[in-house]
Design a protein. Structure first.
Ligand SMILES: C[S@@+](CC[C@H](N)C(=O)[O-])C[C@H]1O[C@@H](n2cnc3c(N)ncnc32)[C@H](O)[C@@H]1O
Length: 285
């Protein structure tokens, strides 16, 4: 075990997703690592809403002996696999942007046309999210390649150096399925911990690979699935009124709130023009 620990210690640990990913839990990583202290080092962790895989990665680094399943619903691992292509394309785009142009400044029409030409002629894999994040204003993303071509003005938001994701998904099992199916697959396992980080109620879920829009009943389904779990970590926010609804149902109609006997950690985050609170509820026995 000591040897394993030694080997794992040398692996790089990421505090944020190595590629842009909207909704990644980077603001929660410190608290998440602390909370993991209350969970088993050798459990089976199922990251039901894996997104960028940041929570899976964090668990595997903290507990190398655990089994970690990353539900890669958005095919993020494909983006990781193609990181060399992405760096190659971004280097071609960098060559077009004048070196003296300030960060986040708009690009001229001429430069925009040249960039579009480069993208159109590129025959390799195109990571639409990373490319659009490099050219769009205010950290927004495109859904598809046409969104990039149709974007009004490009901005100089390109990262100065190459992206790197070495060892990021080492030792992690990757699956891609609806979270309900995954719960079914693992429901009979011992020492199992489900990690829930669903799209938020007020999130624009179009930026995820969702086949439907997340509505209140979808959230209630998730909360409902918590009630018979002995160990879980569940992320949510104060937006959307879900927490108030659960408390109200409990008080008024005696419908037990599955979050009632859990522990809670909160983190304040800020977005453009707003500050909001995110929560991590957890139960470990
Ligand atoms: C808030 S993000 C998770 C972020 C992730 N924890 C991270 O740190 O990067 C929610 C994720 O749930 C995924 N998702 C949407 N519908 C899903 C479903 N039915 N089953 C599993 N995952 C789903 C979204 O595509 C998105 O990647």
């Amino acid at each position: 075990m000591q040897e394993l620990f030694y080997l794992e210690k040398r692996l790089r640990r990421y505090n944020a997703s190595p590629l842009p990913f909207q909704g990644q839990k980077r603001y929660f990583i410190k608290q998440f690592i602390d909370v993991l202290n209350e969970f088993p080092y050798n459990g089976t962790y199922v990251d039901l809403f894996g997104g960028s895989g940041l929570l899976s990665h964090t668990i595997k680094r903290k507990y190398p002996e655990s089994r970690v399943i990353f539900n890669d619903f958005d095919n993020f691992s494909e983006r990781i696999k193609n990181i060399k292509n992405t760096n190659f394309l971004l280097n071609k785009i960098r060559e077009i942007i004048p070196t003296n142009l300030k960060e986040k400044s708009p690009l001229s029409e001429n430069h925009k046309d040249n960039i579009i030409e480069v993208i159109k002629n590129y025959e390799g894999y195109i990571d639409v999210k990373t490319v659009s994040k490099s050219l769009f204003y205010g950290g927004t993303y495109a859904e598809n390649i046409d969104d990039i071509f149709n974007y009004k003005t490009f901005y100089n938001c390109i990262k100065k150096t190459d992206y790197n994701a070495d060892e990021y998904l080492n030792g992690i099992e990757i699956v891609s399925k609806d979270y309900r199916e995954l719960i079914e697959d693992f429901s009979d396992f011992q020492n199992i911990i489900f990690v829930y980080d669903p799209p938020y109620l007020t999130t624009n879920s179009e930026s995820y690979n969702s086949v439907f829009h997340w509505k209140l009943n979808d959230y209630l389904d998730i909360v409902d699935s918590l009630k018979n779990k002995t160990k879980f970590i569940y992320f949510t926010s104060h937006k959307g009124g879900l927490l108030e609804l659960l408390e109200w149902m409990d008080e008024k109609y005696k419908i037990e709130n599955p979050l009632k006997n859990t522990k809670k950690v909160s983190v304040k985050t800020s977005a453009i023009n707003s500050v909001y609170t995110d929560f991590m509820f957890y139960k470990h026995k």
